[in-house]
Design a protein around this ligand. Structure first.
Ligand code: URA
Length: 204
């Protein structure tokens, strides 16, 4: 699986990758990540009938809420929805100030859920971890246990993922890479540059 992730990650990393190829690689890589997330969800046996016979099958045992963090997190939705078509979707907006690199919550719209709902946070880049901390703190106030949360990213800086693991140790992380470090401007190195700018076409 890491081999497959690395192939798509390399397309994302390459600065000469076109916007179309960037989007396709991000989509394919996110499919791999959704497949990995699926393996960590509880399943249950079910009885079903094929056209020929009764047989045992398997289904996901819990309800799921996807939580993409605006803006880049929504790029991961289509791949996740193809694996989990019945999920509810909680949208949150947490943005980091380019000057201070501090994140703040500016939008939230959370569907009904229970404490047993599994929440999958979608955010392609964990840089300082500030945005992730905001999402995890919000889920804590909503009563979702840490052990019911999976944080799915494409690339993490060690500083960011360490910060999240320290404050929320029971949250599971699924990612394609933990990179080397953050630079002075809080970009992940080697990284892929600004994910949102390259995906949405807002690079200056
Ligand atoms: N967000 C990005 O898109 N890229 C980084 O390197 C860090 C945060």
């Amino acid at each position: 699986m890491q081999h497959a992730k690395d192939i798509f990650l390399s397309i994302l990393r390459n600065k000469t990758t076109s916007r179309q190829a960037f989007r396709e690689a991000a989509m394919r890589l996110t499919h791999l990540l959704a497949h990995e997330v699926l393996q960590y969800l509880p399943t249950q046996n079910i009885l079903l009938a094929t056209p020929l016979a009764a047989t045992q099958g398997t289904t996901i045992a819990t309800d799921i809420m996807l939580m993409p963090i605006l803006r880049s997190g929504i790029t991961m939705l289509p791949a996740f929805l193809s694996y989990f078509p019945q999920t509810s979707i909680a949208i949150i907006g947490a943005r980091r100030d380019e000057e201070t690199a501090q994140a703040h919550l500016y939008y939230q719209n959370i569907p009904p859920h229970t404490k047993n709902t599994r929440v999958i946070i979608l955010d392609p880049m964990i840089a300082t971890g500030g945005t992730g901390l905001i999402a995890l703190s919000l889920l804590k106030t909503l009563g979702i246990p840490e052990s019911n949360i999976i944080f799915c990213s494409i690339i993490c800086a060690p500083e960011g993922i360490d910060k999240l693991k320290k404050q929320f140790p029971a949250v599971m992380h699924v990612t394609a890479a933990i990179d080397d470090h953050l630079n002075a401007r809080k970009f992940i190195v080697p990284g892929i540059g600004d994910f949102g700018d390259r995906y949405f076409g807002t690079e200056g």
